[in-house]
Design a protein around this ligand. Structure first.
Ligand SMILES: [Mg+2]
Length: 420
């Protein structure tokens, strides 16, 4: 069994761009892709998975009837927007276990596959290339994702892989991206098609900050369009736990490594981390075009309930903009308007929570506000000191998440001054 027996490149010719003749079940490669890139350049590509990414994947992982045919929410409008506003090459890459064998006859595959292509084409979404591997997992063929043997036309220099993405729903899609040398966008709790559209269209907002003094040595990497992945090490366990809340509830990928003079005390470590984190936020926001700018904690629901794109309707208050944590009620509102200001209305009566002096709470947020050049208004009430400060950090994360939301349909600066 060789790879040509297990891959398909040919969808309906009428639904692809610049494709010659052939039947829907042809295994011949597209003319434009034979013999490598043919001297042409594909530019940047989107390698898009099918099942679980475009179509919802059924429990038996086989879309072989119209009863199992359902689009993933948001995918059609997302692909339509990306198609209309970018010049990415669209490449569908799919494993279809045993397609063409008794376990998955082709007659059960093509009707729904072709209907999917027809519906998408009706919305202006066409694929430049469709690559289907037909092997079984146990065949271990290099054409099967996450292998790249089916994508040799894109790995010979014709595609700008550093600016390309794999869009999928599984670990194997992420691994494919690694194998190709491009980035991965994996659908999940903190990554939907709306967010993917914003990233593909306007880029990921990332920043790296290194801050070294005689008192501290700090490295921070931040991605405002992340999913909450974090690695945090400051030498102060409770402080790590608080910073983790910003990542998790802000849906921000955050890597913070701090080597501070803890043999003196905690002051420099906490203050300088706030300054570096604020600088990273400011840097990642860039020119701030399209962002919501204002943020506030939005009630006690799941962070996942927050919209990835804020609209006027979603900003209509439906509850008090506060975050409860057991006995405590915490409120954070912020403005990435370019000016630092801190309003702090929270009292702490213990000297420490964990290794963190409570007097440093105010100092942390003042330094953060200064470096990020944001207004920060914080209020908290309650009895339990741990709950109170954790509620503040969670509310801050929610507020940041809301304020950095981008409306890709209106990429203007949210200021009448013309600058933030
Ligand atoms: Mg999939």
């Amino acid at each position: 069994m060789n790879s040509n027996d297990n891959t398909s490149r040919q969808p309906l010719p009428s639904l692809t761009r610049g494709v010659g003749g052939g039947s829907s079940t042809s295994r011949q490669p597209l003319p434009s892709l034979t013999g490598g890139a043919g001297g042409g350049s594909f530019g940047s590509c989107l390698f898009i998975d099918r099942d679980g990414t475009i179509l919802q994947e059924p429990a038996d992982e086989q879309i072989d009837s119209f009863e199992k045919f359902h689009f993933v929410p948001g995918v059609i409008s997302a692909l339509r927007f990306i198609r209309q506003h970018t010049d990415y090459r669209f490449v569908m890459v799919s494993n279809q276990d045993g397609l063409g064998t008794d376990s998955y006859p082709e007659a059960y595959f093509w009707p729904t596959h072709n209907l999917m292509l027809e519906i998408l084409a009706g919305e202006g979404v066409t694929f430049d290339d469709i690559l289907i591997d037909r092997s079984f997992p146990e065949d271990n063929l290099p054409t099967r994702k996450p292998g790249t043997a089916m994508l040799t036309a894109y790995t010979n220099g014709a595609c700008d892989l550093s600016r390309s993405y794999v869009i999928g729903d599984r670990h194997t899609d992420a691994q494919l991206a690694t194998n190709l040398g491009c980035k991965a966008l994996i659908l999940g709790d903190d990554m939907d098609w709306e967010k993917i559209t914003g990233i593909v269209y306007a880029g990921q907002r990332t920043a790296t900050v290194k801050r070294t003094t005689r008192e501290t040595d700090i490295d921070i990497t931040l991605n405002l369009d992340g999913t909450g992945k974090n690695t945090i090490s400051t030498g102060l366990g409770f402080f790590d736990h608080m910073l983790e809340q910003i990542a998790k509830h802000g849906s921000i990928d955050l890597d913070i490594r701090v080597r501070g003079d803890l043999h003196v005390d905690e002051h420099h470590t906490i203050e300088d981390t706030a300054l570096a984190l604020g600088e990273a936020l400011l840097k990642a926001l860039g020119d701030k075009r399209g962002i919501e700018r204002y943020g506030f904690s939005a009630g006690s629901g799941s962070a996942d309930a927050l919209p990835t794109t804020v609209t006027a309707e979603s900003l209509v208050p439906s509850a008090t903009y506060t975050l409860p944590m057991d006995d405590c009620l915490c409120s954070v509102a912020l403005d990435f308007g370019g000016r630092p200001w801190l309003v702090w209305d929270a009292e702490f009566h213990r000297e420490r929570v964990g290794e963190m002096p409570t007097e440093m709470f105010l100092h942390f947020f003042k330094s953060l506000s200064d470096a990020a050049r944001m207004n920060l208004n914080i209020k908290a009430e309650g009895q339990n000191e741990h709950h109170k400060i954790e509620g503040i950090f969670k509310a801050l994360a929610r507020a940041i998440r809301m304020a950095v939301c981008r409306d890709i349909h209106h990429m203007q600066l949210p200021s009448s001054k013309g600058v933030l």
